[in-house]
Write a new protein. Structure first.
Length: 183
């Protein structure tokens, strides 16, 4: 079974259905993408570090309801000793040089550096869980940090198939309801 790790933004769009005004179009794409992975019987890995990122803006009384979404066919995976080792290796190889480049271009570096370390923790978790790839919409940081460790793909690398799976499901539902698709 294929094992894929899903990064924060895809889950924010596809599960929380939250996006900034310029990214509203990503919500249905992410929903279709995640449905497609489920139809392909792909093990979807969600690092616990990402759950933290997703839970922070939610009121505590809604945590249980939100977390129930991650119990069917998905695997929430911990940031453990093996993940920490991988994360440190990723940072040692790619972090200092990349954060040095960012320091020249971004005065808000302490925030960016913390973000990079969280990204390394996500990458380390994916490596510890033997994921085939990470799906991320972070074209800058995750791709650069994961270089030489794990393949990072965009959601649309798999979306055509996912939408096709969804369309086929809709066609079957229409046929079951006695509707003719051929018009």
């Amino acid at each position: 079974m294929r094992r894929v790790c899903i990064d924060t933004m895809i889950l924010s769009w596809g599960i929380k259905k939250k996006a900034d005004p310029t990214q509203q179009h990503m919500i249905p794409w992410a929903e279709a993408f995640l449905r497609g992975l489920e139809k392909q019987e792909t093990m979807i890995l969600v690092p616990s570090v990402i759950l933290h990122e997703l839970l922070v803006p939610i009121p505590p009384d809604l945590y249980a309801e939100f977390l129930r979404r991650f119990t069917k066919g998905w695997m929430v995976v911990p940031y453990d000793l093996v993940a920490a080792r991988w994360s440190a290796q990723v940072w040692a190889k790619n972090g200092p040089e990349y954060s040095g480049e960012l320091a020249r271009d971004h005065p808000e570096l302490p925030f960016v550096r913390r973000t990079l370390k969280a990204d390394c923790m996500i990458i380390g978790t994916a490596l510890a869980q033997k994921a085939n790839c990470i799906y991320s919409h972070d074209e800058k940081h995750v791709v650069r940090l994961a270089k030489d460790f794990i393949d990072v793909r965009q959601m649309d690398d798999n979306l055509e198939l996912d939408l096709k799976v969804t369309d086929t499901e809709d066609d079957q539902n229409e046929n079951e309801n006695g509707e003719d698709n051929e018009g």
